[in-house]
Ligand binder design. Structure first.
Ligand code: SF4
Ligand code: SF4
Length: 375
């Protein structure tokens, strides 16, 4: 069991400024805010068919996640189920979410600091709704995580880990859209938030809901799946009991380790101490350099997850991994020993050979994506 704590391990030291979604770097990259070259590459059609099915950028009807947008919110069943026991309701909601495909579920109050001020996804720009104010009055947030394949997360960046990332977004969308619909069908307001229809920031909500902790690499690390998860959120007024944030030793581990910083090809992860940004104490990350790197070689990758794959916490979901992560928050010598062992077994710069379907990484240039002819 993860240790519950009264405050998130990422400290907030003053009032938080809400974020305008139009300033998000994914949108900026697509709309030209990071320069013409990045924009051209970012918006070019990928050579990888998985990219084309997981992100609705060109032939949207070939991208299942696109259809979830139409049902991300919906009508209420007028016959409301009365909730006299929020604790029991929370147990049921977690059971429903797991049945629908969630691997981790946590509940917190919806902190308005994590609600964007204005819409600004790329799709919002295309639909002419970018800049519309966002106003979510829901009281609670349900944070959902789905795991991604460990085998595909052994090397990055490549189309192999990219495929699992895209599938993770799709799976997370499926769970939160269905969960929000289930809540509306018992008569309570609920809205799902996912890749192409989100009005909240998932990671700090997941921290407050006790799914995991914010790490040096800017990702959420969970005890069981490390950083290898994708998040979705449901906001709702359904009366629920809250989970607290957790301390599974991520801050302590990241203080002793900087493997993701060593491995980041764009060198945008801090090696040093935490800094204060928007009154949040966290490790600095040059997100702009990160986004620029994603477009560096469109023949080989669409995005990068090297800070996931190289992370010492990127362990398979096994009993021995559970023992390792159990010891991390407890003893400094254990963390040092684990880091030494990871460096010895996987190497300081892990780069495991992968073959999957028609991909080979590393391999000759013909091995990076689908060949023109299948022989
Ligand atoms: S995604 Fe890649 S480029 Fe960006 S921070 Fe992680 S390792 Fe660095
Ligand atoms: S590689 Fe090390 S420093 Fe980076 S996120 Fe993982 S545990 Fe933290």
């Amino acid at each position: 069991m993860a240790k519950r704590v009264s405050e998130p391990t990422t400290k907030v030291v003053g009032p938080l400024r809400r974020v305008d979604q139009r300033d998000e770097l994914h949108t900026q990259a697509a709309m030209g805010g990071l320069g013409k070259q990045v924009q051209e590459r970012w918006t070019a059609e990928s050579v990888d068919p998985f990219r084309r099915i997981f992100y609705p950028e060109f032939r949207a009807q070939n991208s299942p996640v696109r259809s979830w947008r139409a049902v991300s919110d919906g009508p209420l069943n007028p016959k409301r189920t009365e909730v006299r026991n929020p604790q029991r309701m929370s147990e049921i909601i977690k059971g429903v979410a797991e049945f629908l495909g969630a691997d981790l579920v946590g509940i917190c109050q919806l902190n308005q600091a994590w609600v964007f001020t204005h819409r600004g996804l790329r799709i919002d720009h295309h639909k002419g709704v970018a800049g519309e104010p966002i106003n979510i009055k829901h009281k609670y947030a349900i944070s959902v995580a789905v795991q991604m394949e460990h085998e595909n997360y052994r090397n990055s960046p490549s189309f192999i880990d990219n495929a699992s990332t895209g599938k993770g977004y799709l799976e997370a969308a499926k769970v939160v859209v269905s969960l929000a619909a289930w809540i509306r069908e018992i008569g309570w307001s609920a809205k799902s938030h996912f890749l192409i229809d989100e009005e909240v920031i998932h990671i700090p909500i997941a921290v407050e809901a006790g799914i995991g902790e914010l790490a040096r690499n800017g990702n959420l690390i969970t005890r069981r799946y490390g950083p290898r998860i994708r998040l979705g959120t449901v906001t709702t007024d359904l009366p629920l009991a809250l989970d607290g944030p957790i301390d599974v030793g991520v801050q302590a581990m990241c203080t002793d380790c900087n493997k993701c910083a060593i491995n980041c090809p764009a060198q945008c992860i801090s090696y040093g101490e935490k800094v204060i940004e928007n009154n949040v104490e966290k490790w600095a990350l040059d997100n702009k350099k990160c986004m620029q790197y994603w477009t560096a070689n469109r023949d080989r990758f669409n995005d990068c997850s090297r800070c996931f794959t190289s992370c010492v916490w990127n362990l398979p979901d096994t009993w021995w991994a559970q023992i390792i992560t159990w010891g991390i928050p407890r003893w400094h010598w254990w963390r040092k020993g684990f880091l030494w062992m990871d460096n010895w077994i996987r190497g300081v710069k892990p780069n495991l050979h992968q073959e999957w379907l028609y991909y080979k990484v590393p391999g000759d240039r013909k091995g990076w994506t689908l060949p023109d002819v299948i022989e």
